[in-house]
Write a protein that binds this ligand. Sequence first.
Ligand SMILES: Cc1cc2nc3c(=O)[nH]c(=O)nc-3n(C[C@H](O)[C@H](O)[C@H](O)COP(=O)(O)O)c2cc1C
Length: 205
Amino acid sequence: MRDLYEVMFRRRDVRAEFTGEPVDDETLGRVLAAAHSAPSVGMSQPWDFLLIRDRSTRQAFFDHVQQERAVFAAELTGEEAERFERIKIDGVLESSLSVVVTYDDSRAGPAVLGRHAIADAGLYSVCLAIQNLWLAATAENLGVGWVSFYREPFLADLLGIPDGVRPVAWLCLGPVTDLQEVPDLERHGWRRRAPLANFLHDEKW
Ligand SMILES: Cc1cc2nc3c(=O)[nH]c(=O)nc-3n(C[C@H](O)[C@H](O)[C@H](O)COP(=O)(O)O)c2cc1C
């Protein structure tokens, strides 16, 4: 029990600390099995996991991420722009491999038990698989970095993802030198984790 809390609090989003060393198949298998054990609405298991090691695919994605970084940077001015300049937003090329997690809303359908009123419940399920993967990887002393600086049609085209299936996350994965104690965005003065008390409501909002 204490171990689980320890892993939760030790987990970080990793960009700069990947070593690039390989992840052995057994370890990767355990991490993916943890992801696949996540709860899902109506037991729909709407996820797929694409393992990407190919250098040219990762380079193509990295180039796209740089373009999207520039799109975001163009929205910023002054100090904020300067701060963003210093923040690394991905470890696509430095990590050992990437795992792209997708969402298929036709899986187990059309009558998905528990999704009739909340279409997003399918997407929530995929995010739970991602969080399981992230925690399991942390327990295995691996780092994970979620990259969302991309356009979905670009990624779908790059990876041959069929129509109707949405890419939800590009996750960089691999051994790390260490995990930062303080999140990168906090260290760079972008944003801090606020106290839990700010988010608690008694009885009503
Ligand atoms: C949906 C999602 C998308 C994210 N996209 C990016 C990203 O594109 N680049 C990046 O550097 N971090 C990304 N992050 C990581 C967050 O910046 C990070 O979780 C947050 O700053 C808190 O730090 P921590 O995860 O180390 O606790 C993403 C996280 C989530 C949950």
